[in-house]
Design a protein around this ligand. Structure first.
Ligand code: PLP
Length: 431
């Protein structure tokens, strides 16, 4: 196949007709496939079923310090649960608060506390005439939904292969005291699969911020979600806590993680790690909000996963299920679009997504075509604040949920839709 851009108009038209015929064939099959959300597939959920049987008798309900976990209390988590979650957060158990099942809720609440009460003595952010937030793009739509819900002005900053464009992040943070924070998914980012380089982590930790209470929301959702077992094929991330301490900004970060994609998303455990002062402040507000989270679930997780090695062994089972799916996506994209020269995509070594960029101004068309043929993708624009991708080019591919044979079909449809949208555009430009 020649590159589309080099094809004469007649050949473009012939190619479009051929793709439209293929597309009609897909439509006739009445497909109902979904590549929209980063959910584990049922085989992955099955891996954690033994966990549900680990706390069944009254005797199972006691923690190592003798707490009866059926009862009220223990605001910040059982000692053994803090130790377990400290492995995910790469931190000390003393700096950890264990929450309920959702890290997203923990982030929402942390941001609400900043807005309502300020941070370590600073003025509540809601007293500012505006609050602004740095949003690396493409990014996670639910992060952007949180900042949008609080009326925070979101400023997109391009992601590079080693993290956000730090020149721009530094410029924004230094230039305006209303720029209060940044969303970061520092390892196997959603959706690009990018892991921040040591230099990016150090620059974030040490950059000059006009706001003394600037906060990095460090959402390490994919900390242990490697696709490969060999250490040489796994990304490593510098610890933001250490970098911030070394830079003399020990309170700048809030780390988040959960077991949503380790055990069971609907019934996992989430946690936050931060400086002792930030943790104490968060606890002073939490104590008003609640008496204690689900400690039986904390116990189940500790009994099932045990420690860092236990987590790694369990994640290797996930990787064995996910690796072929990511390989399939890479193969389909390469075979279908490699020579057409109209798109680029990421090849992550972990996480849950592939980030795809089609020609400018085609993403919405591609997603609409796919939907019409029975393949649901994440909405075009979702990876940008306010759902507005100014290039209309980025699409998040989520290959985890569909079984392999459905994924294969869905990718065939997707590739066909990309070709149609790209050809339509080239023909319109040539006419
Ligand atoms: N953070 C990121 C970057 C995610 O991709 C996801 C889920 O896709 C979440 C958080 C959700 O986390 P939780 O289930 O702990 O709320």
């Amino acid at each position: 196949m020649t590159r589309f851009a080099e094809m004469p108009i007649d050949q473009l038209r012939d190619e479009l007709a051929a793709q439209q015929e293929t597309y009609a064939g897909f439509k006739a099959r009445g497909l109902a496939l979904n590549m929209a959300r980063g959910k584990p597939t049922s085989d992955q959920l099955d891996l954690s079923m033994p966990m549900l049987g680990l706390v069944t008798s009254a005797a199972d309900c006691f923690s190592e310090d003798g707490t009866d976990c059926r009862n009220y209390g223990v605001l910040d988590g059982l000692p053994e649960a803090k130790r377990l979650m400290a492995c995910l957060l790469d931190d000390e158990p003393a700096n950890v608060i264990v929450f309920g099942n959702s890290s997203l809720t923990a982030m929402y609440d942390a941001l609400a506390r900043c807005l309502d009460f300020g941070c370590l003595g600073s003025a509540p952010w809601c007293a500012c005439d505006a609050v602004k937030w740095i949003c690396p793009v493409p990014g996670y739509d639910r992060h952007f939904a949180i900042t949008q819900a609080f009326g925070i002005e979101m400023i997109p900053v391009e992601m590079n292969e080693d993290g956000p464009d730090m020149d721009e992040v530094e410029r924004l943070a230094a230039s305006d005291a209303r720029v209060k924070g940044i969303w970061c998914v520092p390892k196997y980012s959603n959706p690009g699969g990018v892991t921040y380089s040591d230099e990016v982590v150090r620059r974030l930790a040490s950059m000059e911020c006009a706001a003394e209470d600037f906060r990095i929301f460090w959402d390490n959702a994919y900390a242990v979600h490697h696709l490969h077992d060999e250490a040489s094929e796994q990304d490593q991330l510098l610890d933001i806590a250490r970098a911030c301490a070394e830079a003399g900004n020990p309170h700048r970060y809030l780390k988040f993680a959960s077991t949503s994609k380790v055990t069971i998303p609907g019934a996992g455990v989430a946690a936050m790690a931060a400086s002792p002062e930030n943790i104490a402040e968060a606890k002073s507000h939490l104590t008003v909000q609640m008496i204690g989270h689900d400690k039986l679930n904390q116990l189940r997780h500790v009994k099932f996963l045990r420690d860092g090695d236990g987590i790694a062994a369990h994640m290797a089972l996930h990787a064995a299920i996910l690796r072929p799916k990511f390989a399939l996506v890479a193969r389909k994209l390469e075979e279908g679009l490699g020579e057409a020269g109209v798109a680029r995509w990421t090849s992550p070594r972990g996480g849950y997504f592939v980030s795809f960029d089609g020609p400018e101004h085609t993403a919405a068309r591609i997603v609409a075509l796919a939907r019409e043929a029975g393949v649901v993708m994440t909405g075009a624009g979702a990876t940008w604040p306010y759902g507005r991708d100014p290039h209309d080019s980025n699409i998040r591919i989520a290959p985890t949920l569909p079984p392999a044979e459905e994924l294969e079909e869905a990718m065939d449809v997707f590739v066909c839709c990309v070709k149609i949208a790209a050809l339509e555009q080239l023909i319109a430009q040539a006419e």
